[in-house]
Design a protein around this ligand. Structure first.
Ligand SMILES: [Zn+2]
Length: 124
């Protein structure tokens, strides 16, 4: 089973993926720099424990976000390696071609809309 994407469509998706990878790289790098500054600040403020629970909560949100970004970066990198493979853009569940419109919105998508919804509801 292969997706009948044209070379031009694949090139457009590749450009989109590269753009997204650049964005994620920058965001992750900025966050890592931000975290080391926050750690320095919390050392300086160590004696004042009043807002410690809030700082912990902020940090948890921060870590969850960067986990999400790292996961997406992995998906985007994998998609970039496969973008010129014949089976790129083929749903991993049902084997149907994922429409180009959907790939444009989410080039790292592995499933068609129907299968993605089913997979998401099975995770819940
Ligand atoms: Zn499917």
């Amino acid at each position: 089973m292969s997706n009948q994407l044209t070379a031009g469509q694949r090139a457009a998706l590749q450009a989109r993926l590269e753009l997204r990878r650049g964005e994620l790289d920058r965001r992750i790098e900025l966050r890592q720099q931000g975290r080391s500054r926050a750690e320095h600040a919390s050392e300086v403020l160590n004696q004042d424990a009043d807002d410690a629970p809030q700082r912990d909560a902020d940090r948890e949100v921060d870590l969850a976000l960067s986990d999400q970004e790292l996961a997406e970066l992995g998906e985007v990198s994998r998609a970039l390696r496969r973008v010129h493979d014949p089976d790129f853009g083929v749903c991993i569940d049902c084997g149907n071609s994922i429409p180009f419109d959907r790939l444009q919105a989410e080039p790292q998508a592995l499933r068609c809309v129907g299968c993605a919804e089913r997979a998401a509801s099975e995770r819940r």
